[in-house]
Design a protein around this ligand. Structure first.
Ligand SMILES: [Zn+2]
Ligand SMILES: [Zn+2]
Length: 350
C-alpha cells in the first residue's frame, strides 16, 4: 500500500561536508576533528583535503568519517569529489576531472563558485570559471568563503571585529550561485543537488594580535550542517553507512541548516503530500488535486517558497501549508532574524 509511505519513519542525521585536515591546509588530525564533531552532535563528516585522500575512512570517536577530495587547481575551479577510489590530479581542464570523477563511479560538487572579487584581505578569490559545464551538484553555501568574503583586514579594529563578531560577517549564499543552481534545475529533468560546505580549516590568525583560531573545528561544526534524510537508519556497519550517506548527498536528500539558530535536535520539516505519498528533499511526487507543500520550523522565520527558481510565496511564520497546482521543482529558504538559516534541496512535482 502506498499509504504506508506517509507513515514510514524518516531518519535525520546532521553532518558536515568540506573539512580540511593536516593532510592539506587544515590544522587538525582526524582524532581532533572527530572529537569536535561528536561534541557538535554530528553523526558523520566528509573530509575533503586539497588533492589528497590520506585520511582513512571508518568510525572515529563514534563518527562515520568519509573521505573525498577537493580537486584544487591553483587559482580556480575547485571541485569536491565524493565516492571516488583514486586521487584525481587537478588540471586546467575542469571538464576532464568532472568526467574522471564519474568514470570512477563518484560524483562532484562545484566548491565556492562565486567568491567575491572585492575582498579587503589577501585571500585571493577562487571561482568557478565555466558555468556552461554540466556539473553533478553545487556547494551553494561555503561557510569559510562567506566569512572570508566579508573579512576586512585593513586595520586592527576591523580584524578584531571579524574575530569577535565573526557570525555577523556571515551573509549566506551568493545570489549568483543560487541563480546558477536554479537554472541547472530548470534545464535538467533530474534534481541537481546542493550542499552546504563548512570548508573547516581551524586556521590560526596571528596578525597584530595573539594567535587566535578562527572557527575552531567544534564551533565551525555547530554552524553549517547538512541534515540528511533517509528511510534507512545508520548502523554500526561503516560500509552500509557510507552507502546511505553518499546516496543521500547524491540525490539531494538533505537540508542545509545553520545550526547556530536552531536548538539541538530540532530539524526543519519540508515535504509535499498528495494523499498517497509523501516526498521529501530530492524526491519526486505526482501532482493531483490533493497536493500540498508543508513546511514546519521550530520558530518564526522569514520563509520564501520558490517554484522553478521563482519566488511564489513569502511569510513570516513557523509553519505553512500551500496547495500546489503546478508541476515543477519546489524549494524554500528561511532567514532567522535576518540571518541566513535554512536552504532546502528541491522536491519535484510531476
Ligand atoms: Zn576550495
Ligand atoms: Zn576547501
Amino acid at each position: 500500500m502506498q499509504i504506508k509511505n506517509i507513515e514510514s519513519k524518516l531518519y535525520l542525521y546532521p553532518g558536515v561536508i568540506h573539512i580540511h585536515s593536516k593532510f592539506s591546509d587544515g590544522t587538525g588530525d582526524i582524532d581532533e576533528i572527530t572529537k569536535a564533531a561528536k561534541k557538535a552532535g554530528l553523526f558523520w563528516v566528509l573530509i575533503t583535503d586539497h588533492n589528497n585522500m590520506d585520511v582513512k575512512e571508518g568510525f572515529y570517536n563514534g563518527v562515520s568519517v568519509l573521505v573525498g577530495e577537493e580537486i584544487s587547481p591553483k587559482t580556480e575551479n575547485h571541485y569536491l569529489a565524493f565516492g571516488i577510489k583514486n586521487l584525481i590530479a587537478p588540471s586546467d581542464a575542469a571538464d576532464s576531472f568532472i568526467e574522471e570523477v564519474r568514470a570512477q563511479g563518484g560524483f562532484g560538487f562545484v566548491a565556492h563558485p562565486d567568491e567575491s572579487d572585492s575582498r579587503n584581505n589577501k585571500a585571493h578569490p577562487i571561482k568557478w570559471l565555466d558555468k556552461s559545464l554540466e556539473v553533478d551538484g553545487i556547494e551553494i553555501w561555503n561557510w569559510f568563503s562567506d566569512w572570508a568574503d566579508n573579512y576586512d583586514e585593513r586595520n586592527i579594529f576591523k580584524i578584531a571585529y571579524a574575530y569577535f563578531f565573526r557570525h555577523k560577517l556571515i551573509k549566506g549564499p551568493h545570489r549568483a550561485t543560487l541563480n546558477w543552481w536554479d537554472e541547472l534545475n530548470l534545464k535538467n529533468d533530474k534534481i541537481i543537488p546542493a550542499i552546504g560546505g563548512a570548508d573547516a580549516h581551524a586556521l590560526k590568525v596571528s596578525k597584530y594580535i595573539i594567535p587566535l583560531k578562527i572557527f575552531p573545528y567544534e564551533s565551525c561544526f555547530k554552524t553549517l550542517n547538512n541534515i540528511l534524510m533517509t528511510e534507512n537508519p545508520l548502523t554500526d556497519d561503516f560500509e552500509k553507512n557510507k552507502e546511505i550517506i553518499l546516496n543521500s548527498i547524491k540525490c539531494g536528500n538533505n537540508i542545509i541548516l545553520n545550526q547556530r539558530y536552531s536548538k539541538s535536535g530540532q530539524f526543519p520539516q519540508f515535504e509535499v503530500l498528495n494523499g498517497f505519498k509523501k516526498a521529501y528533499c530530492g524526491q519526486t511526487i505526482n501532482l493531483n488535486e490533493n497536493t500540498y507543500l508543508h513546511i514546519k520550523l521550530f520558530q518564526k522565520a522569514d520563509i520564501k517558497v520558490l517554484h522553478n527558481g521563482e519566488e511564489i510565496y513569502y511569510t513570516k511564520a513557523n509553519q505553512l501549508t500551500l496547495k500546489l497546482e503546478k508541476t515543477g521543482k519546489y524549494r524554500f529558504e528561511a532567514k532567522y532574524k535576518d540571518n541566513p538559516w535554512i536552504y532546502s534541496n528541491p522536491i519535484q512535482v510531476k
